[in-house]
Design a protein around this ligand. Sequence first.
Ligand code: MN3
Length: 237
Amino acid sequence: MNTTRRDFLQVAGGIAATGAIMGALSPEAHAQADGTVTEHVLAPLPYAYDALEPYIDAKTMELHHGKHHAAYVSGLNAAEAALAKARADNDFTLVQHWSKRAAFNGGGHFLHSMFWKVMAPTGAGGGEPEGALRDAINRDFGGFEPFKQQFNAAAAQVEGGGWGLLHYRPEDDRLIILQAENQHKLSPWGAWPILGLDVWEHAYYLKYQNRRTDYIDAWWNVVNWKQVADNLAALKK
Ligand code: MN3
């Protein structure tokens, strides 16, 4: 990083140009009028590494947050810095490469930032949603159990690394379940994730080895339904 960019970062601190929806769900990014972007940062976990025991083990959480998520943050910063340099140099030879890197790592940063928030320490999470979220799930899936069964199947059947995701689609006011491969593929436009389950092997292999469905079953015990409801409410505004 050059001095100009570093100095710029120290004074930047405006409101995200992406608005309230992104602000509610995603890590902060401050796009500036001159086209530069401040560096993304890895926020601390909102609980201790061992807070999700015994469902998700402390070592997995430590590596997942401190190594995997951190790598997506640095990868996104590297891609955005490279794209800024390409603009400055008027050399777009590698724009395809860096665009792909920005999508992959940006997807990873966004989804992991949400993932930590939609889990709560053991004893504080789990159960079933309430209020408007419960009503929307009942309306769009025919009940909590059918919703859960479809979500479980979607997460279990992700090919390779990826995610099971519950999205809200404002256009027709519906909840939909989707898969993502890697951090970003299979994502439609105009639908926003409000709940996600990471089913990359790095998310569960230390404790569950090849038993992805056991990990999925255990994860429901730490879902933070209050946060999911808040994510939905933010999108409905
Ligand atoms: Mn992950």
